[in-house]
Write a protein that binds this ligand. Structure first.
Ligand code: FPP
Ligand code: MG
Length: 296
């Protein structure tokens, strides 16, 4: 089924009409296609569903191209990022082309469907700027972190589920709730994997979030658990290159205070909420379960 989306993606990229864009796009690794899978699961019987899935994946790809420039990242999905192999200008322009093509294709959908996706892209952009601003100083506010996370990551996942439901005349709010909670727990798992996994498995550097300034949930929880000199020590490593010794200290403290377990418990709670929103839909429950168990 997902092959129908892959085909639509290539068609849309070819339709842009410039071989250099097709070539550059061909260097990108595809990723998990979580958003397109949701569209297919919810609206698979509509012939225009694969194209909507492709539109959303192009928007997602564009956002990652720009994000890698913003984050100075060199690896994406296990391969060198476009800003590293080419340059930042190329990554931005490729992102712009994919994003614009996605939009010009989106306008042929029903207005409510198109608006759902378009609004999510605004949310994404706000979330990314919030993320950058919040990374400038140590952020110990879990609620502010969760608000940013919803906008940056969950909004487009929520929109994928909601737009697909709107296409089918299904209960859009229930599917939106599913997508929102799936999206937030997806990002919490991402944050946990940065701490517990390694570069080979992740396809991007491990233990990198804190160096980049990102105080993800396990760091926020750890900062709540530590006091005095230990808390000062944690804060002093924010936005710094971590030595092996200091990285090991952070991991040991997280183990002692169960910071990762606490984060996982919240992801689980949100996943349960997502499951409850679409009670009985086995395949959507399956998507959540494999997302919670993933290693990359
Ligand atoms: C990855 O976050 C980034 C996102 C999920 C969203 C990025 C959004 C934008 C750049 C704004 C929208 C732009 C367009 C062109 C639609 P991360 O850095 O925490 O994750 P990572 O570790 O995978 O890089
Ligand atoms: Mg990034």
């Amino acid at each position: 089924m997902i092959e129908t989306v892959e085909k639509e993606i290539l068609t849309l990229v070819d339709e842009i009409g410039y071989s250099e864009i097709t070539r550059l796009f061909g260097t990108l690794a595809g990723g998990k296609r979580l958003r397109a899978k949701l569209v297919l699961e919810i609206a698979g019987s509509d012939v225009t569903a694969p194209r909507l899935g492709a539109i959303i994946e192009l928007i997602h790809a564009a956002s990652l191209l720009h994000d890698d420039v913003i984050d100075d990242a060199t690896l994406r999905r296990g391969a060198p990022s476009v800003n590293a192999t080419e340059d930042s200008k190329t990554a931005i322009m490729l992102g712009d082309a994919l994003y614009s093509k996605a939009y010009s294709t989106l306008v042929s959908y029903d207005e409510a469907v198109a608006k759902t996706v378009a609004d999510a892209v605004t949310a994404l952009s706000v979330g990314e700027l919030m993320d950058v601003r919040m990374s400038e100083n140590f952020n110990a506010d879990a609620d502010a972190y969760m608000d940013m996370l919803y906008l940056k990551t969950a909004a487009l996942i929520e929109a994928s589920a909601k737009a697909a439901a709107l296409m089918m005349g299904k209960d859009a709010e229930a599917y939106a709730l599913y997508g929102k909670n799936l999206g937030i727990s997806f990002q919490i798992i991402d944050d946990i994997l940065d701490i517990v996994s390694d570069e080979a498995t992740l396809g991007k550097p491990a233990l990198h979030d804190y160096e980049e300034g990102k105080c993800t949930l396990p760091y926020i929880y750890l900062s709540e658990s530590l006091q005095g000199e230990e808390r000062e020590r944690l804060l002093s490593y924010h936005r710094e290159k971590l030595s092996a010794e200091n990285a090991a200290w952070i991991k040991a403290k997280m183990k002692e205070h169960k910071s990762v377990e606490r984060s996982y418990a919240l992801a689980q709670k949100l996943s349960d909420k997502a499951v409850a929103a679409v009670a009985g839909d086995e395949r959507l429950v399956g998507i959540i379960e494999s997302m919670m168990k993933r290693s990359f």
